[in-house]
Ligand binder design. Structure first.
Ligand SMILES: *[C@@H]1O[C@H](CO)[C@@H](O)[C@H](O)[C@H]1NC(C)=O
Ligand SMILES: *[C@@H]1O[C@H](CO)[C@@H](O)[C@H](O)[C@H]1NC(C)=O
Ligand SMILES: *[C@@H]1O[C@H](CO)[C@@H](O)[C@H](O)[C@H]1NC(C)=O
Ligand SMILES: *[C@@H]1O[C@H](CO)[C@@H](O)[C@H](O)[C@H]1NC(C)=O
Ligand SMILES: *[C@@H]1O[C@H](CO)[C@@H](O)[C@H](O)[C@H]1NC(C)=O
Length: 339
């Protein structure tokens, strides 16, 4: 209920100077007044959220499609649902890029093309590059406000008809942590989240808000640079650790190629979206046990990267090996140890 009012207030505030367009997405008058009666705490929530939305108004939601991309400001995100290229019978995946990236970065383009090629998704890239740039400490300090603005936009999209169960939130690095922080003010049950090597620096202190397994029905994590740019510990329902989940990932040149291992997370994930069988991972107590052959895939507990579903009941740490270059997925060979 709280954010319902927030949605109304922020749309009204943001549209002080614009003509009727976004107001077309507001609920009927009666429901607005019913909600208004819910009390003061709603009003306070409305004030702080309209502030996040207005302070972070340079965040854009871009609906990617093969027929062209539609970009819209965070304050008016629900209007994307009426875009000609938005297909209401498909699921909707959001991708949130990391530090110093944008909608034009390889991560955004590769992940979104993979979902478009797959064919059963609307794809929306959340571009928060106005706030995620150099230096890292500045991006980090913008993250709570940006998360709040993104959460409010998602709440309003759901209130204006986007089915919550059709949403899959994905993000790389700082974008993955943004989703975790946003989940605190998201008012619907998030179905599914994939965090691609969630950022480590700034999030490893106990008590700091970040992506955790409580954020959604299913939280899948792909670790590729744990302890360097990536978060150092399991943080999902399904934690997948390709090649042990740490630098140096195969094909990366020592530590000299800065960030190479960190970027592997979205490369693997994007490939997995289109190749369901390419990245099986087997549950095991540790990478060392996996490498010793202690967790054979046949009869073991196996998940497929990018193809987990809420309710599947498989949780824990999962391991596999990959190739050094694209195509990275090795299929069954990736979980077969020739000791
Ligand atoms: C919300 O903001 C308005 C105007 O900025 C102010 O008058 C009102 O008291 C605020 N409400 C709360 C609950 O903070
Ligand atoms: C919202 O922003 C205005 C102006 O920036 C500020 O005066 C006000 O205190 C803020 N309200 C809340 C609830 O943070
Ligand atoms: C959509 O935007 C991406 C990122 O800038 C770009 O690579 C792609 O070509 C655009 N798609 C279309 C159809 O214009
Ligand atoms: C929307 O998606 C459904 C399901 O894939 C498909 O049958 C339909 O043709 C799509 N509609 C448009 C306008 O592309
Ligand atoms: C998952 O586990 C719950 C509780 O243990 C059980 O009720 C449910 O049937 C299980 N679902 C599947 C798909 O195995």
């Amino acid at each position: 209920m709280k954010l319902f009012l927030a949605a109304v207030m922020s749309a009204a505030v943001m549209c002080g100077g614009c003509s009727g367009n976004s107001l077309g997405h507001l609920p009927k008058r009666e429901s607005v007044w019913n909600t208004l009666e819910e009390g003061e705490e709603d009003a306070a929530a409305a004030n702080s959220s309209s502030n996040a939305t207005s302070e972070f108004r340079e965040i854009n939601f871009i609906l990617f499609s093969s027929d062209g991309n539609s970009s819209i400001g965070v304050d008016n995100a629900p209007a994307l649902l009426d875009d000609a290229t938005f297909n209401r019978s498909l699921r909707t995946v959001f991708f949130i890029h990391g530090y110093m990236d944008s909608k034009d970065s390889d991560s955004s383009k590769t992940v979104s093309s993979a979902f478009l090629r797959q064919g059963s998704f609307n794809v929306i890239v959340v571009d928060w590059s106005a706030y995620s740039g150099f230096p890292y400490l500045s991006a980090l300090s913008n993250l709570p406000g940006a998360s709040r603005a993104v959460a409010d936009a998602l709440n309003r999209m759901v209130q204006t008809g986007l089915p919550a169960e059709s949403i899959w939130l994905t993000g790389h690095s700082l974008g993955a942590q943004l989703i975790g922080v946003a989940s605190d003010t998201i008012t619907f049950q998030i179905h599914q989240i994939t965090g691609m090597d969630p950022a480590g620096p700034g999030f490893e202190t106990p008590g700091v808000a970040r992506l955790t397994r409580d954020a959604a029905e299913l939280v899948e994590i792909v670790h590729t640079d744990a302890g360097v740019f990536g978060f150092n510990a399991p943080c999902g329902d399904v934690d997948i650790w390709p090649n042990g989940g740490t630098a140096v990932q195969p094909g990366c040149f020592l530590e000299l190629e800065i960030g190479c291992s960190h970027l592997r997370s979205w490369m693997y994930f994007a490939e997995a979206v289109n190749h369901a069988d390419a990245f099986p991972a087997v549950r095991c107590a540790s990478w060392d046990d996996f490498r010793r052959g202690a967790c054979p895939a046949n009869g073991g507990d196996v998940v497929y990267m990018a193809h987990s579903h809420p309710g599947q009941n498989q949780t824990g740490n999962f391991y596999l090996t990959t190739n050094r270059a694209s195509p990275f997925g090795k299929g069954q060979q990736g979980v077969t140890i020739n000791a």
